[in-house]
Design a binder for this molecule. Structure first.
Ligand code: 13P
Length: 250
């Protein structure tokens, strides 16, 4: 459907020297990849990753941004700051930020707006908890997260939005959604976007799957009709594994 995008989410891993080594190991992937490749690195590694991947088509993502442009927000980083550095992408609404840092659908929406207003491409994360899946409300949950996050986002701006479906119970647990489960929810998200905008926007949208995607299961997940890429945590910290996943995205 949408263009394939494989993004690593390094989370809170890799101090600058290790980030440099890993970025350089990943750099050759930029040349041959049939998909877009993005590295989502800690704030302190952004410059390192930008330098290491300069001149390649590998993109660099921050893992969050604040909604204000500047001001008294100790410890925060704004979208204009990221843009000024040359960062192209920002991951917003990751379940770890929602779980541990009090982010809500409303603050996710404000961050999405700020990122888009500043020319960044957003990787918007949505996904259900295990209890919600067991209650049979997965599609309602991700539909609500998607609708609130995209409040005030125009059809034109949707060309700079990627949605990552990340079931919370599959993150860092080694328990992957089955390919059918992943495809079902990615298709449901695309359908929500079709309802909000139109069929063209929905068809062009990149919907990633994330949650224990690895070198062994990536090919099957990525072969699904509505899965257009992956947001990869643990396996993105090992260059050979990440390379296998990138190679599977075609
Ligand atoms: P894991 O691949 O480590 O399960 O993490 C997925 C994730 O949260 C990516 O954002």
């Amino acid at each position: 459907m949408g263009k394939y995008v494989i993004a690593g989410n390094w989370k809170m891993n890799k101090p600058p020297a290790e980030a440099k080594a890993l970025s350089e190991d990943i750099k050759p992937l930029g040349a041959g990849a049939a998909c877009d490749v993005v590295l989502g690195v800690p704030f302190v590694d952004l410059q390192t990753a930008l330098d290491a991947t300069a001149g390649t088509k590998i993109g660099v993502a921050a893992q969050n941004c604040h909604w204000a442009a500047s001001g008294a927000f100790t410890g925060e980083i704004s979208a204009p700051m990221l843009k000024a550095m040359g960062v192209g992408y920002v991951i917003i609404g990751h379940s770890e930020r929602r779980q541990y840092f009090g982010e809500t659908d409303e603050t996710v929406n404000k961050r999405v707006r700020a990122a888009l207003d500043n020319g960044l491409t957003v990787i918007l994360c949505v996904g259900e908890y295990l209890e919600q899946r067991e209650q049979g409300i997965t599609e309602e949950v991700v539909a609500l997260q998607t609708k609130v996050a995209l409040c005030g986002v125009s059809a034109e701006e949707m060309s700079r939005v990627i949605i990552a479906y990340e079931p919370v119970w599959a993150i860092g647990t080694g328990r992957t959604a089955t390919a059918a489960q992943a495809n079902e929810v990615c298709a449901a998200i695309r359908n929500v976007v079709k309802g909000l905008y139109n069929a063209d926007v929905a068809t062009a949208l990149t919907v990633q799957y994330g949650g224990s995607m690895n070198a062994g299961n990536a090919a099957e997940l990525l072969a699904q009709s509505d899965v257009d890429g992956g947001l990869i945590g643990g396996a993105s910290l090992k260059a050979p594994d990440f390379a296998t996943i990138v190679a599977a995205a075609k």
